[in-house]
Design a protein. Structure first.
Length: 300
């Protein structure tokens, strides 16, 4: 049965596709410009065009929606892309699994799980919350696979990758957008992808939100110290104040709009994924030390 991955050219979509190919599955990678893993059917489509999305997903049993756009394009593009993904799933008679984030909750207690009320404050948080509810009300089986900040080979644009591991891999000092002595759940990209594949395959996952498993939660400082140990360099992290982030946003569109998410970095961000393990059984996750080593090697 064909599994279709929308956004298979990079990040989580690329890793989901790679794992499906490795598992011997029939997988179709859909992108605008190519770059799908070897062994996957390479299909080009524009997810802003409904007919294009429907055609690309024809015959699918499961559709993984992993396509994304920069923050500055979320409001203009994500609603249409999500609606077209639903239309594609409905046309194919397929299940739709969204590679989701945790923005919908807004500020949260420590820890938080899938039953934590969504109280979004910022514009992007409210958008993700509304889109998630819209997907769950769609006339197809839907799963929202929510993960915390991930890092790993292929994880272009991830905060722990770009701010911590990439600099260390190049012999530079790491930095962070916020306090260093708060606990923060970091996930490994390959583990997140494996969890999403499982959620796509198991009907018990349908119709709800799941937090994907991750290795133990550390403080940001502990994570950086561990990364320094892996690369053999004493890491002296720099914590950038909110004002510095605002200035950076003037020159880097990837940083724009991060201000409303400051609570994720100034307060504990501890993700409870016990519902996943209680339902599907323990899923082995990669220890941070091993995951960091693989990510640093990829950056180098």
């Amino acid at each position: 049965m064909t599994v279709v991955v929308l956004g298979a050219g990079r990040g989580i979509g690329h890793e989901i596709t790679r794992q499906l190919v490795e598992d011997g599955r029939e997988v179709r990678g859909v992108t605008r410009s190519g770059g799908v893993p070897e062994g996957a059917e390479d299909v080009r489509a524009d997810l802003m065009d409904r007919e294009s999305a429907i055609k690309a997903a024809a015959g699918a049993s499961v559709i993984h929606m992993a396509a994304n756009v920069p923050y500055t394009s979320w409001a203009a593009m994500l609603p249409t892309m999500f609606d077209n993904a639903v239309a594609a799933a409905e046309s194919a008679g397929a299940k739709l699994v969204l590679a989701d984030n945790l923005y919908s909750y807004g500020p949260v207690p420590e820890p938080f799980d899938e039953n934590t009320p969504e109280r979004p404050v910022g514009t992007k948080e409210k958008l993700r919350s509304a889109l998630g509810k819209r997907l769950l009300a769609a006339p197809v089986p839907v799963v929202l696979a929510r993960s915390s900040d991930y890092y790993g080979p292929g994880g272009i644009g991830s905060l722990p990758g770009e701010l911590i591991l990439k600099p260390l891999a190049a012999g530079r000092q790491p930095f962070w957008f916020g306090a260093l002595d708060v606990r923060h759940t970091f996930a490994y990209l390959a583990d997140t992808a494996r969890a999403q594949v499982l959620l796509g395959d198991d009907p018990r996952a349908d119709g709800r939100v799941w937090h994907t498993p991750a290795a133990e939660t550390l403080t940001v400082r502990e994570f950086i110290a561990l990364a320094g140990k892996v690369v053999g360099k004493k890491a002296k992290p720099m914590a950038l104040p909110h004002a510095a982030v605002q200035v950076m946003a003037l020159f880097d569109k990837r940083v724009r709009g991060m201000g409303e998410l400051a609570h994720q970095r100034t307060k504990p961000w501890v993700v409870d994924h016990s519902a996943f393990e209680n339902t599907f059984g323990p899923m082995p996750v990669t220890p941070h030390e091993e995951a960091i080593a693989k990510t640093v090697e990829w950056y180098r």
